[in-house]
Ligand binder design. Structure first.
Ligand code: NDP
Length: 284
């Protein structure tokens, strides 16, 4: 019996329509992205983000700096965006070139504009169970689970990957939703034994086909975050054969990817609400 497919494109379209309505209500809204260097994958993501922002009426600024930009110049640009009243959301595209201290740059973004939720202030609030701004991919995953009425309370959720951008934050969101959460990573012993225990399996590793049918319990819900370029295609971390075992599964492409873009727009609206005092931002 083949799994039901989770349609991330369809939900993302609905979220974008909602955001367009919210932008009309709020009036002008600005999102700035900063890309340092010319990483081809980053360039694609940035272009998708701006196209989506423009479609919902968000003014977006696509700022590009050469790969050898000194850290201090990037910090100056971030400071300018923090001070710019027309900008509600600031996103620094990762990865940054090796000579730049990523933590320092992310920590320089004004927390109230930090639409990726990577500033320690926002990461800390998520840790405390009082989310402020949480990254687009983790909230996109939660929105998919909600849309498909996946019961999380008491369920065993297994997350493979512990990155700051996906694995860790989604693990906390699942915990806050009262799932029992197991976090796996590169040092996990017997990964398949862990993942087979999952009612809900979230995979965010970046290795094509890492998760095969033997890793998945019959009927489990499988969310594949992976985006791996193979020849001309983008493939996930989950082997397509898993669709024969899972109950519900995200396709790649068309699952988590479109939700990430849509939820970034949603975060820009949330940041705008915080800045306008329509939602209370802690300490503001
Ligand atoms: P990172 O490289 O930052 O993290 C990968 C994680 O996977 C690490 O925690 C690592 O463990 C773990 N890992 C590596 N190898 C194994 C293994 N053999 N078994 C178990 N765990 C392992 O990646 P990201 O979180 O940034 O991204 C993950 C994937 O998701 C990528 O393909 C990326 O392109 C994609 N992605 C997709 C998005 C979307 O919108 N669809 C958005 C963001 C990312 P350790 O910590 O021990 O090193």
């Amino acid at each position: 019996l083949a799994a039901r497919l989770i349609d991330g494109k369809a939900l993302a379209e609905r979220v974008r329509a909602e955001v367009a309505e919210e932008v009309r209500e709020l009036g002008e809204l600005g999102l700035a992205t900063v890309l340092v260097g010319d990483d081809a994958a980053s360039d694609v993501y940035i272009r998708l983000k701006h196209k989506a922002a423009n479609e919902v009426g968000i003014e977006s600024r696509d700022l590009r700096l050469p790969a050898d930009t000194p850290e201090v110049e990037l910090l100056e640009l971030v400071a300018q965006l923090n001070a710019d009243d027309a900008i509600d959301g600031v996103l620094v595209q990762l990865p940054l070139p090796g000579h730049i201290d990523e933590r320092r740059v992310l920590g320089a973004i004004a927390p109230i504009k930090d639409v990726d939720g990577l500033h320690p202030f926002n990461a800390g609030h998520l840790f405390l169970g009082e989310p402020t701004l949480v990254g687009a991919t983790p909230i996109g995953i939660m929105a998919l689970l909600e849309e498909y009425e996946v019961a999380l309370q008491g369920a065993h959720a297994v997350v493979v990957g512990r990155s700051n951008i996906v694995g860790r934050p989604v693990s906390l969101l699942l915990l806050h939703a009262n799932a029992t959460v197991t976090i796996c990573h590169s040092r996990t012993v017997d990964l398949a034994a862990r993942t087979r225990e999952a009612d809900v399996l979230i995979v965010a590793v970046g290795q094509a086909g890492l998760i095969g049918p033997d890793h998945v319990r019959q009927g489990a819900v499988v969310i594949d975050v992976g985006m791996n370029r193979s020849e001309e295609k983008v493939v996930g971390d989950v082997d397509p054969a898993v669709a024969e075992r899972a109950g519900l599964i995200t396709p790649v492409p068309g699952g988590v990817g479109p939700m990430t873009i849509a939820m970034l727009l949603k975060n820009a609206v949330r940041a705008a609400r915080f800045r306008r005092g329509l939602l209370r931002f802690p300490g503001a």
